[in-house]
Design a protein around this ligand. Sequence first.
Ligand SMILES: [Zn+2]
Length: 246
Amino acid sequence: MKSITKAQIDNLIKLQKIEMQVGRINSILNDLPERLGTLDTRLKAFESTIKEKEADACELKQNYRSKESDLQMNMTRIEKSQENLRAVKTNKEYRLLLKEIETIKRRNSQIEDEILQFLDRMDEEEKNISARTAEYLQIKEQITAEKDEIKQEAELEKKKLVAFDEELNTIYAKIDAGLLKKYNLIRDRVAGAAVEPAKHGVCQGCHMNIPSQMYSKLQASKGLMLCPHCQRIIYWEEEEKVKEEE
Ligand SMILES: [Zn+2]
């Protein structure tokens, strides 16, 4: 690689930093619909469990009403039979009617027990639904706030993206075309940082030792080289400077 000025190295590093920021922002923006969708799904799932409970409660109420009407019907039957008692002519008829009245009364007492059970269950179900509804409203509020936050965050990132795009264009213009081409090739191949510093004789991209002769050359030229192991662009970073950063 032909000799490269410190300014070129700095531009390349700057370019790489911005491209990574752009990549980060693009991945945030790409994930956005899924993140919002997940929140909506959570809310909808909660909504449908409440709807199911409401449907159960409705069925319970219908059953309760039908028991009530059975009870009412039986009472009417008892009244009628009691009226008939006065008109009977034989003992046999009288006993039969009494027996019938007894049977209906026993059935009614069963129905009354069932009605009490329904009332208990309805009461329980109602409490359950109102607790779940309160919980739902709380979660809905939370999710709405979370969605707003995500959308606001995305707006901020989009603004940053516009600024980064402008910066990138400025930097592209400053970098030697051949170097930029090489950088692009390496970046696409390694799918990550194409430019890495070499510190203490080690390439920071692949963490392999750079042959000492090559490392001395890199230090002396203060330019760019390709790592013999990973083929990333490497530059020498002064040890003092490294210590400051650590
Ligand atoms: Zn390397």
